[in-house]
Design a protein around this ligand. Structure first.
Ligand code: NDP
Length: 292
């Protein structure tokens, strides 16, 4: 077997899916997890169980981490930093861009290369069509290990700054998590009125997937946002702000949580107060990016 050995540390749903995909592709895989039982299924399929973090690090030059956050990596590897020289750490755990940059520095101090990644699909999709992963860090190191990393998902390399992959990951998850909360909030609104969720949710999904038709491929909006242009009077901040107020009042009357509609209404209120009411709703960007 001339495929690169890979160690996977962290065997939640994601780490297990990654290890399984790497094994299917023929890579020798070593696994370690704090709760050892989570490795059992993979070991039964042929993975090597590392008895300790030290053994996991010794198992491969390429070490993929799939943990809750970056502090978990420091908990695991902190005690064995002396073994990291010459290793490549690919951390696919979620955290902030700054945590990635600090971790890259920390790894460098101990002679290891550090690649940051963010997996953009749920565990069952790992290794399948449509799976993709943001990466950043040293390009030569990334290129060397790209064949193995491709097994997890299509790599999208963003640049040398180790923070970039987490920046893109968190920005995408910002869209994702906010949309998910809005779906649940809206469902709570209709069920509070006694309407079954099934009568609402399929249509709500149409509203969600209708957004691209309204925005196009995003490039024109990107240009306008960066230029500070908010043309059009079909959906002004004033009109949309009135609707934001109606959503908040409907939510209050229904007795459901109002944090999300309060935040949205606040965007419109401040945009209008700043004098952008008659501009397109995209003028919210001015308030949002200013952080006040
Ligand atoms: P889980 O929370 O299920 O797994 C987390 C892993 O981290 C477990 O192996 C856990 O060990 C380990 N861990 C956490 N804290 C520590 C610690 N202090 N010391 C040692 N080990 C620790 O997460 P997932 O597998 O779902 O996700 C992993 C990463 O992938 C996360 O950053 C997540 O945001 C990201 N991700 C997840 C997606 C998903 O759909 N699940 C999609 C895209 C990205 P133990 O088993 O002992 O608890």
């Amino acid at each position: 077997n001339d495929l690169a050995p890979v160690t996977v540390i962290g065997l939640g749903p994601m780490g297990r899916a990654m290890a399984a995909a790497l094994m299917r592709a023929g890579h020798p895989v070593t696994v370690w997890n704090r709760t050892p039982g989570r490795a059992d299924g993979l070991v039964a399929q042929g993975a090597t169980r590392a008895a300790s973090p030290a053994a996991a690090v010794a198992g491969s030059d390429l070490i993929v981490l799939s943990l809750t956050d970056y502090p978990a990596m420091h908990d695991i590897l902190g005690p064995v930093v002396g073994l990291l020289a010459g290793k490549v750490l690919v951390n696919l755990s979620s955290d902030t861009p700054d945590a990635s940059r600090q971790a890259a520095e920390w790894a460098g101090k101990h002679g290891a290369a550090f690649v940051t990644g963010g997996v953009m699909v749920p565990a069952p999709a790992v290794g399948g069509p449509g799976a993709y992963v943001f990466y950043s860090g040293p390009q030569d190191v990334f290129a060397l290990h790209e064949p193995a990393l491709k097994v997890i998902g299509e790599p999208k390399y963003l640049g040398a700054d180790p923070g970039l992959a987490q920046l893109f990951y968190q920005a995408h998850l910002d869209v994702f998590l906010t949309a998910l909360s809005s779906l649940l909030h809206a469902t709570a609104l209709v069920t509070a009125a006694g309407v079954p969720a099934a009568e609402f949710l399929p249509g709500a999904l149409d509203t969600l997937t209708g957004i691209p038709a309204m925005i196009g491929d995003g490039l024109e909006l990107a240009r306008e946002l960066e230029a500070g242009e908010h043309p059009g009077d079909l959906s002004t901040a004033l009109m949309m702000g009135a609707t934001a107020d109606h959503i908040l009042r409907t939510s209050t009357q229904a007795g459901v949580d109002i944090e999300l509609p309060t935040a949205v209404k606040s965007h419109y209120d401040r945009t209008i107060a700043a004098g952008h009411g008659t501009k397109n709703w995209t003028a919210l960007y001015e308030v949002i990016k200013a952080g006040r």
